[in-house]
Design a protein around this ligand. Structure first.
Ligand code: TXD
Length: 309
C-alpha cells in the first residue's frame, strides 16, 4: 500500500466517502478533519473497524485540529455548505469562502509542501480562495469538477447506447456550473465520436442533463448534494498522483494565458502526476467552443470579483 499521508478536510458526505474509497484502494494513511467534535473521530473509527473485512492497513484518524495532519502529501478540501433544492452553487460563495479560508490557513501551517485538491463549491472560485490563502504554486493546487462532470456525461452516453461504461470517454471543459462546456466532438465510444453514433437532439439533451447533473440529484435528495460520484472523482485524481500515472484529466487549473484566460481557475485538460499539475493541455478549439469557454471564464471572474475574503 502507499505510505502517502492524505488529509481530508470536512467529514461530511463527500469527505467521509472519499476517506472510505482512499482506504479501500490502499492509497495512503488518512486524516479526516472536521469542526464538529466527535464526527470525524466516529467516522474514522467506524472505517478502521471495516479494515479486517476490507483488508486494508491504512491508518484512519479523525481530528478537530490540524497538528496531526503535519506533512501531508495530499490535502483534499471538502469543508463547507452543500446545496439544497433551488440553490445555485454561487449562493454558497460567501459562507464557503470563509470556511475554505480558515481551513487553508490551518492546513498550510503544517503541510507547506502538500498538493491540494479543492472540492468545495462554487468550485472554481473556492480553488482561487484556497490558492490565495495557501500561497501554493499553480502546479500544487487544482479543483475537482471536470472529472465529475465528464463521468456524468460518460454514464449518460453509456446508458443511452447500452454499452459498457468502460468504453466511453467524454470531455467537459469550463466552470463547474450551468455554464460548463461539454464537448460531444471529443466524446467517444471505443474511439468512435458520439456525433457518429447518436442524433443531434439526443446529444443536445445529454449535454443539458450533464450541465444540470448536480441539480438533478439535489432535487431528489432534498437535504444535500451528490457524493458518491464526487468522491470517486476525487479518488480517481489522487490515484493518478499517488500511482504516478501521468493521466490527462479535466480539472480546474490556474490559468496564465492558456486559452486566452488569465488569473482564475478553469476546467481544462491537465496532465496530472506526482509533480501535481504538470501541464495544461491546450486543445485546438472551434470558435463557438472557445466562445463558450470564455463566457464560462467571465462568470468565474465575476464570482471572484464579488468575494468578500
Ligand atoms: O464537483 C464538485 N466539486 C462537488 C462539490 C461535488 C459535490 C459536492 N460539492 C461541494 O462539496 C458541496 O457543494 C459542498 O460545498 C462541499 C461538501 O459537500 P458535502 O456533501 O460533503 O457537504 P456536507 O455533508 O454538509 O459536509 C460538509 C462538512 C460538514 O461535516 C461540516 O461540519 C464541515 O464540512 N465543515 C468544516 N470542516 C472543517 N473546517 C471547517 N471550517 C468546516 N466548516 C464546515
Amino acid at each position: 500500500m502507499s505510505k502517502k499521508k492524505i488529509t481530508v478536510v470536512g467529514a461530511g458526505n463527500v469527505g467521509a466517502t472519499t476517506a472510505q474509497l482512499l482506504a479501500y484502494k490502499k492509497l495512503g494513511h488518512i486524516c479526516l478533519v472536521d469542526v464538529v467534535e466527535g464526527l470525524p473521530q466516529g467516522k474514522a473509527l467506524d472505517l478502521m473497524e471495516s479494515a479486517p473485512l476490507e483488508n486494508f492497513d491504512s491508518k484512519v484518524v479523525g481530528l478537530n485540529d490540524y497538528k496531526e495532519t503535519a506533512n501531508s502529501d495530499i490535502v483534499i478540501i471538502t469543508a463547507g455548505l452543500a446545496r439544497k433544492p433551488g440553490m445555485t452553487r454561487e449562493d454558497l460563495r460567501d459562507k464557503n469562502a470563509e470556511i475554505v479560508k480558515s481551513a487553508c490557513e490551518q492546513v498550510i501551517k503544517y503541510s507547506p509542501n502538500c498538493f491540494m485538491i479543492v472540492v468545495t463549491n462554487p468550485l472554481d472560485t473556492m480553488t482561487w480562495v484556497a490558492k490565495k490563502y495557501t500561497g501554493l504554486s499553480k502546479h500544487r493546487i487544482v479543483g475537482m469538477a471536470g472529472v465529475l462532470d465528464s463521468t456524468r456525461f460518460r454514464s449518460f452516453i453509456a446508458m443511452e447506447l447500452g454499452v459498457s461504461m468502460e468504453d466511453v470517454h467524454a470531455t467537459v471543459l469550463g466552470l463547474h456550473g450551468e455554464d460548463m462546456v461539454p464537448m460531444p466532438r471529443l466524446s467517444s465510444v471505443a474511439g468512435i465520436p458520439i456525433t457518429e453514433l447518436l442524433p443531434q437532439d439526443k446529444i443536445d439533451s445529454m449535454v443539458e442533463r450533464t450541465k444540470n447533473g448536480g441539480a438533478e440529484i439535489v432535487q431528489m435528495l432534498k437535504t444535500g448534494s451528490a457524493y458518491y460520484a464526487p468522491a470517486s472523482s476525487v479518488v480517481n485524481m489522487v490515484e493518478s498522483i499517488v500511482l504516478e500515472k501521468n493521466r490527462i484529466v479535466p480539472c480546474a487549473a490556474y490559468m496564465e494565458g492558456e486559452y486566452g484566460i488569465h488569473g482564475i481557475f478553469m476546467g481544462v485538460p491537465v496532465l496530472l502526476n506526482w509533480s501535481g499539475v504538470a501541464k495544461v493541455v491546450e486543445l485546438e478549439l472551434k470558435p463557438e467552443e472557445l466562445k463558450a469557454l470564455h463566457s464560462s471564464a467571465d462568470a468565474v471572474h465575476k464570482s471572484v470579483a464579488a468575494l468578500k475574503v
